[in-house]
Write a protein that binds this ligand. Sequence first.
Ligand SMILES: NC(=O)C1=CN([C@@H]2O[C@H](COP(=O)(O)OP(=O)(O)OC[C@H]3O[C@@H](n4cnc5c(N)ncnc54)[C@H](O)[C@@H]3O)[C@@H](O)[C@H]2O)C=CC1
Ligand SMILES: O=C(O)/C=C/C=C(\O)C(=O)O
Length: 480
Amino acid sequence: MEKLQNFVNGEYINSSSNQYIDNYEPATGKVYSLIPDSNAADVEEAVKAAEAAFPIWSNMSKEERGDILMKVSTGIEKYMDEFVAAESKDNGKPLKLAGHVDIPRAVSNFKFFATAIQHYASESHYMEGVGVNYTVRKPLGIVGCISPWNLPLYLFSWKIAPALAAGNCVIAKPSEITPYTAFLLGKVLKEAGMPAGVLNILHGYGHTVGDAMVRHPKIKAISFTGGTKTGQTIASIAAPMFKKLSLELGGKNPNIIFADCDFDEMLSTTVRSSFANQGQICLCGSRIFVERSIYDKFKTAFVEKVKNSKVSNPTDPKAHLGALVSKPHMEKVLSYVELAKEEGGTVLCGGERVMLEGEYKDGYYVAPTVIEGLDYNCRTNQEEIFGPVVTLTPFDTEEEALMMANSTQYGLSATIWTSNLKRAHRVADEVQAGIVWINAWLVRDLRTPFGGVKSSGVGREGGWEALRFFTEPKNIFIKQ
Ligand SMILES: NC(=O)C1=CN([C@@H]2O[C@H](COP(=O)(O)OP(=O)(O)OC[C@H]3O[C@@H](n4cnc5c(N)ncnc54)[C@H](O)[C@@H]3O)[C@@H](O)[C@H]2O)C=CC1
Ligand SMILES: O=C(O)/C=C/C=C(\O)C(=O)O
């Protein structure tokens, strides 16, 4: 069976532990490769490599760094088919989705930050008759990037690209559940001429190698995307060490639908915002609030469309939904359907595991599930499920919709459907979220601040925000 390796100091190497973790293919439920079970000694080795590389990388001009990042971007494009197939196999997502969304976005992430850094200027503040302050921004040194399993290379590169563009050396850990495309990235880095030690990729569990990264005193910042509980653990270790922290955590996003919206556009986008990537995107709108006058019309049309969504093996070009990422995750999602029933909900469609045939019979497939009749305040409507499960709740007034939308501990994103411009602005202003889409969902501009409020995180990624995070400002005053 194939054994994956870490990528340290410009070379593929084994973990010093010589232990491996099974890597499952969600579509079949079978182990298909082995991942290094890395540990603190591997982090130490990666830190040494990064320390040696830092003076070289940080002293390169931003044009030189940008050129190498651009080559990483085109390198991923060169191996597009291999990356797409690997992402789909590792994660269970439809091949089509990996090919249209995941890998192209990883290409864009490197391209975007390769060029963004060329335009990144620091501020100056002139004090009339007194002097001038100018602010320089230096890379932090060695930084840690820890990413999740839902959008593996997409989110891995979303962190690494700005960190590298800003002149840092990076120790990066993909999720142990979806390590494969991060593993493949090593060969692209070599071909792009990335100096050894600049980007080091370690595989393994969060509580071992991830924890060792967070605790390492020479890793100056941690950029993390994943569950809110993990974010809390990381913050509790890193904050007393005064590390910079960027935490992009869970969501329980409201999708607020007013009667005056463009119904057809809203309907097709709402199917996508509910079930794209099997509902495993932190931005999915899992709580759908519908103005009462169109509630029944919406319910009928939505459930019909959802029932027509095809759950199939990821290589099926007609698949709308593939497999969930792991057996424990599938069990967690299904347990929430049971909870919803106990809490008085009615399952309008889905609600069960889908059993495919042949080689896919043990895969982790769940039917897209729509539930109604729940209190906005119950656990099903308050806790992150992170799967293909949405709830429908009617509302009578804008105030009621906002009260329910804002009732969770989360505040990542929100979607509002209305043709009333004043209301759109008003609701967008009042809804507690870091990202709001009006009459749209997941339209992304990589320049915009990305992140959440409340328990959805700390800090922002994207554009200048990411470059600010990965640099330390120093203000210098010079007397006139
Ligand atoms: N982007 C998001 O909002 C995501 C949210 N989740 C939510 O979190 C729940 C749990 O999923 P998990 O796979 O367990 O996510 P997780 O938060 O445990 O994993 C994310 C990353 O953090 C690492 N990690 C875990 N514990 C760590 C620690 N103590 N120190 C350093 N790194 C650590 C993992 O190895 C992985 O690379 C999901 O059911 C979902 O609700 C999960 C993935 C992404
Ligand atoms: O940057 C994006 O476009 C999407 C990011 C999504 C996540 O962070 C997530 O699902 O965890």
